[in-house]
Design a protein around this ligand. Structure first.
Ligand code: VIB
Length: 229
Protein backbone atom coordinates (compact mmCIF):
# COMPACT_ATOMS: atom_id res chain seq x y z
CA UNK A 1 0.00 0.00 0.00
CA UNK A 2 1.17 3.54 -0.68
CA UNK A 3 1.42 6.14 2.10
CA UNK A 4 -1.79 7.86 1.01
CA UNK A 5 -3.68 4.54 0.79
CA UNK A 6 -2.54 3.77 4.35
CA UNK A 7 -3.59 7.12 5.83
CA UNK A 8 -6.89 7.05 3.93
CA UNK A 9 -7.63 3.69 5.55
CA UNK A 10 -6.46 4.74 9.01
CA UNK A 11 -8.77 7.76 8.88
CA UNK A 12 -11.77 6.10 7.28
CA UNK A 13 -13.90 6.65 10.37
CA UNK A 14 -13.36 10.41 10.04
CA UNK A 15 -14.24 10.41 6.34
CA UNK A 16 -17.47 8.53 7.17
CA UNK A 17 -18.27 10.98 10.00
CA UNK A 18 -17.85 13.84 7.52
CA UNK A 19 -20.23 12.22 4.99
CA UNK A 20 -22.78 11.72 7.77
CA UNK A 21 -22.46 15.20 9.25
CA UNK A 22 -25.83 17.06 9.18
CA UNK A 23 -24.32 19.99 7.23
CA UNK A 24 -22.99 17.69 4.51
CA UNK A 25 -26.18 15.61 4.49
CA UNK A 26 -28.09 18.89 4.30
CA UNK A 27 -26.23 19.84 1.12
CA UNK A 28 -27.35 16.52 -0.38
CA UNK A 29 -30.95 17.05 0.71
CA UNK A 30 -30.95 20.68 -0.43
CA UNK A 31 -31.69 21.90 3.10
CA UNK A 32 -29.07 23.71 5.19
CA UNK A 33 -30.04 26.44 7.71
CA UNK A 34 -29.20 29.90 6.34
CA UNK A 35 -27.15 30.90 9.41
CA UNK A 36 -24.98 27.81 8.96
CA UNK A 37 -24.33 28.68 5.29
CA UNK A 38 -23.40 32.25 6.22
CA UNK A 39 -21.16 31.09 9.08
CA UNK A 40 -19.42 28.65 6.72
CA UNK A 41 -18.74 31.29 4.06
CA UNK A 42 -17.45 33.86 6.54
CA UNK A 43 -14.98 31.34 7.98
CA UNK A 44 -14.10 29.68 4.69
CA UNK A 45 -13.25 32.92 2.88
CA UNK A 46 -10.58 33.63 5.51
CA UNK A 47 -9.58 29.95 5.60
CA UNK A 48 -8.85 30.12 1.86
CA UNK A 49 -6.67 33.19 2.39
CA UNK A 50 -4.69 31.24 4.98
CA UNK A 51 -4.50 28.27 2.59
CA UNK A 52 -2.82 30.50 0.01
CA UNK A 53 -0.33 31.69 2.64
CA UNK A 54 0.56 28.05 3.29
CA UNK A 55 1.09 27.51 -0.45
CA UNK A 56 3.40 30.52 -0.32
CA UNK A 57 5.49 28.88 2.42
CA UNK A 58 5.45 25.63 0.43
CA UNK A 59 6.89 27.49 -2.58
CA UNK A 60 9.63 28.95 -0.41
CA UNK A 61 10.53 25.42 0.75
CA UNK A 62 10.48 23.90 -2.76
CA UNK A 63 13.68 23.08 -4.56
CA UNK A 64 12.06 21.60 -7.65
CA UNK A 65 10.36 23.66 -10.32
CA UNK A 66 7.51 21.17 -10.67
CA UNK A 67 6.59 21.78 -7.02
CA UNK A 68 6.82 25.55 -7.39
CA UNK A 69 4.64 25.30 -10.51
CA UNK A 70 2.07 23.12 -8.77
CA UNK A 71 1.75 25.36 -5.70
CA UNK A 72 1.51 28.55 -7.73
CA UNK A 73 -1.13 26.93 -9.97
CA UNK A 74 -3.07 26.03 -6.82
CA UNK A 75 -2.99 29.63 -5.59
CA UNK A 76 -4.62 30.55 -8.91
CA UNK A 77 -7.18 27.80 -8.42
CA UNK A 78 -8.11 29.01 -4.93
CA UNK A 79 -8.37 32.62 -6.13
CA UNK A 80 -10.38 31.97 -9.27
CA UNK A 81 -12.22 28.67 -8.90
CA UNK A 82 -12.85 27.92 -5.22
CA UNK A 83 -15.07 30.99 -5.25
CA UNK A 84 -17.69 29.17 -7.41
CA UNK A 85 -19.01 26.91 -4.63
CA UNK A 86 -19.04 29.94 -2.31
CA UNK A 87 -21.25 31.80 -4.77
CA UNK A 88 -23.70 28.89 -4.73
CA UNK A 89 -24.11 29.24 -0.93
CA UNK A 90 -24.37 33.06 -1.18
CA UNK A 91 -27.08 32.78 -3.85
CA UNK A 92 -29.08 30.35 -1.70
CA UNK A 93 -29.17 32.79 1.23
CA UNK A 94 -29.51 35.86 -0.98
CA UNK A 95 -26.33 37.47 0.38
CA UNK A 96 -23.63 39.30 -1.56
CA UNK A 97 -20.24 37.59 -1.34
CA UNK A 98 -18.52 40.77 -0.17
CA UNK A 99 -20.92 41.07 2.80
CA UNK A 100 -19.48 37.82 4.19
CA UNK A 101 -15.79 38.73 3.94
CA UNK A 102 -13.34 40.10 6.51
CA UNK A 103 -14.70 38.37 9.63
CA UNK A 104 -12.41 36.98 12.35
CA UNK A 105 -12.06 33.21 12.27
CA UNK A 106 -14.15 31.25 14.79
CA UNK A 107 -12.11 28.98 17.15
CA UNK A 108 -12.12 25.81 15.03
CA UNK A 109 -11.20 27.55 11.77
CA UNK A 110 -8.52 29.49 13.66
CA UNK A 111 -7.14 26.21 15.01
CA UNK A 112 -7.19 24.64 11.52
CA UNK A 113 -5.27 27.44 9.77
CA UNK A 114 -2.71 27.60 12.59
CA UNK A 115 -2.27 23.83 12.45
CA UNK A 116 -1.50 24.04 8.70
CA UNK A 117 0.86 26.95 9.20
CA UNK A 118 2.66 25.10 12.02
CA UNK A 119 3.42 22.15 9.73
CA UNK A 120 4.32 24.49 6.89
CA UNK A 121 6.87 26.28 9.08
CA UNK A 122 8.25 23.27 10.96
CA UNK A 123 8.22 20.53 8.35
CA UNK A 124 9.50 19.66 4.91
CA UNK A 125 7.42 19.39 1.77
CA UNK A 126 6.01 15.97 2.69
CA UNK A 127 4.74 17.23 6.02
CA UNK A 128 3.19 20.31 4.41
CA UNK A 129 1.41 18.20 1.79
CA UNK A 130 0.18 15.79 4.45
CA UNK A 131 -1.41 18.71 6.34
CA UNK A 132 -2.98 20.13 3.15
CA UNK A 133 -4.25 16.95 1.50
CA UNK A 134 -7.39 16.28 3.60
CA UNK A 135 -8.77 19.58 2.35
CA UNK A 136 -9.13 18.58 -1.33
CA UNK A 137 -9.44 14.87 -0.58
CA UNK A 138 -12.42 15.07 1.78
CA UNK A 139 -14.17 17.49 -0.61
CA UNK A 140 -13.69 15.23 -3.68
CA UNK A 141 -15.14 12.35 -1.70
CA UNK A 142 -18.02 14.48 -0.37
CA UNK A 143 -18.84 15.56 -3.95
CA UNK A 144 -18.77 11.99 -5.26
CA UNK A 145 -20.68 10.64 -2.27
CA UNK A 146 -23.47 13.23 -2.62
CA UNK A 147 -23.64 12.78 -6.40
CA UNK A 148 -24.11 9.04 -5.97
CA UNK A 149 -26.47 9.15 -3.00
CA UNK A 150 -28.75 12.01 -4.07
CA UNK A 151 -28.22 12.05 -7.86
CA UNK A 152 -28.94 15.79 -7.98
CA UNK A 153 -30.17 17.35 -11.22
CA UNK A 154 -29.22 20.91 -12.28
CA UNK A 155 -32.29 22.35 -10.53
CA UNK A 156 -31.10 21.03 -7.12
CA UNK A 157 -30.34 23.91 -4.69
CA UNK A 158 -26.73 22.85 -4.23
CA UNK A 159 -26.10 21.35 -7.68
CA UNK A 160 -23.26 23.82 -8.52
CA UNK A 161 -21.52 22.99 -5.22
CA UNK A 162 -21.85 19.22 -5.57
CA UNK A 163 -20.92 19.23 -9.27
CA UNK A 164 -17.85 21.38 -8.63
CA UNK A 165 -16.33 18.90 -6.18
CA UNK A 166 -17.53 15.74 -7.96
CA UNK A 167 -15.99 16.99 -11.21
CA UNK A 168 -13.06 15.07 -12.67
CA UNK A 169 -10.87 18.20 -12.87
CA UNK A 170 -11.08 18.51 -9.14
CA UNK A 171 -10.23 14.84 -8.69
CA UNK A 172 -7.11 15.33 -10.84
CA UNK A 173 -5.98 18.13 -8.51
CA UNK A 174 -6.19 16.02 -5.37
CA UNK A 175 -4.72 12.94 -7.08
CA UNK A 176 -1.66 15.01 -8.06
CA UNK A 177 -1.20 15.88 -4.38
CA UNK A 178 -1.50 12.19 -3.42
CA UNK A 179 1.10 11.14 -5.99
CA UNK A 180 3.63 13.75 -4.92
CA UNK A 181 3.09 12.94 -1.25
CA UNK A 182 3.63 9.23 -1.96
CA UNK A 183 6.94 10.02 -3.70
CA UNK A 184 8.08 12.11 -0.72
CA UNK A 185 6.95 9.43 1.75
CA UNK A 186 9.23 6.89 0.06
CA UNK A 187 12.25 9.02 0.93
CA UNK A 188 11.05 10.05 4.40
CA UNK A 189 12.54 8.85 7.71
CA UNK A 190 10.43 7.09 10.37
CA UNK A 191 10.23 10.32 12.35
CA UNK A 192 9.11 12.29 9.29
CA UNK A 193 6.50 9.65 8.45
CA UNK A 194 5.04 9.91 11.96
CA UNK A 195 4.84 13.68 11.67
CA UNK A 196 3.18 13.35 8.25
CA UNK A 197 0.60 10.92 9.64
CA UNK A 198 -0.10 13.20 12.58
CA UNK A 199 -0.52 16.23 10.30
CA UNK A 200 -2.87 14.30 7.99
CA UNK A 201 -5.05 12.94 10.79
CA UNK A 202 -5.39 16.26 12.58
CA UNK A 203 -6.43 17.92 9.31
CA UNK A 204 -9.11 15.23 8.83
CA UNK A 205 -10.33 15.87 12.39
CA UNK A 206 -10.35 19.61 11.78
CA UNK A 207 -12.25 19.15 8.49
CA UNK A 208 -14.98 17.36 10.47
CA UNK A 209 -14.89 20.03 13.17
CA UNK A 210 -15.11 22.78 10.52
CA UNK A 211 -18.52 21.42 9.38
CA UNK A 212 -19.65 21.27 13.00
CA UNK A 213 -18.35 24.81 13.63
CA UNK A 214 -20.44 26.12 10.72
CA UNK A 215 -23.52 24.09 11.62
CA UNK A 216 -23.54 25.25 15.24
CA UNK A 217 -22.43 28.81 14.36
CA UNK A 218 -19.50 28.43 16.75
CA UNK A 219 -18.16 31.65 18.25
CA UNK A 220 -15.49 32.63 20.78
CA UNK A 221 -16.81 32.39 24.39
CA UNK A 222 -17.47 36.02 25.23
CA UNK A 223 -18.20 37.48 21.83
CA UNK A 224 -16.26 38.09 18.69
CA UNK A 225 -12.49 37.91 18.46
CA UNK A 226 -10.60 40.93 17.21
CA UNK A 227 -10.18 40.91 13.46
CA UNK A 228 -6.51 40.54 12.58
CA UNK A 229 -6.84 43.03 9.71
C1 VIB B 1 -12.54 23.90 5.33
C2 VIB B 1 -12.39 23.65 3.88
N1 VIB B 1 -11.79 22.53 3.48
C3 VIB B 1 -11.63 22.29 2.17
C4 VIB B 1 -12.10 23.17 1.22
C5 VIB B 1 -11.93 22.92 -0.23
N2 VIB B 1 -10.71 23.51 -0.73
C6 VIB B 1 -10.22 24.66 -0.32
S1 VIB B 1 -8.68 25.03 -1.02
C7 VIB B 1 -8.69 23.61 -1.86
C8 VIB B 1 -7.55 23.12 -2.67
C9 VIB B 1 -6.97 24.06 -3.55
O1 VIB B 1 -5.70 23.71 -3.94
C10 VIB B 1 -9.86 22.94 -1.60
C11 VIB B 1 -10.17 21.69 -2.17
C12 VIB B 1 -12.73 24.34 1.67
N3 VIB B 1 -13.19 25.25 0.81
N4 VIB B 1 -12.87 24.55 3.00
Amino acid sequence: MTFTEIVRKENNELFEAIFNHPFVEGIGKGEVPEQALAHYIKADYEYLNAFMHVYGVAISKSTERRDMGYFSEQVGFVLNSETHPHHNFCDVIGAGYDELQGYPLPPTADHYVKHMMYHAQMGGLGEILAALLPCPWTYVEIGNHLMKKYQPTPNHTFYPWIEFYANEDFDTLSMAMCERLDELAEEASEVELRRMKDAFRKSCQLELNFWEMAYTCEEWPTGEAVSSK
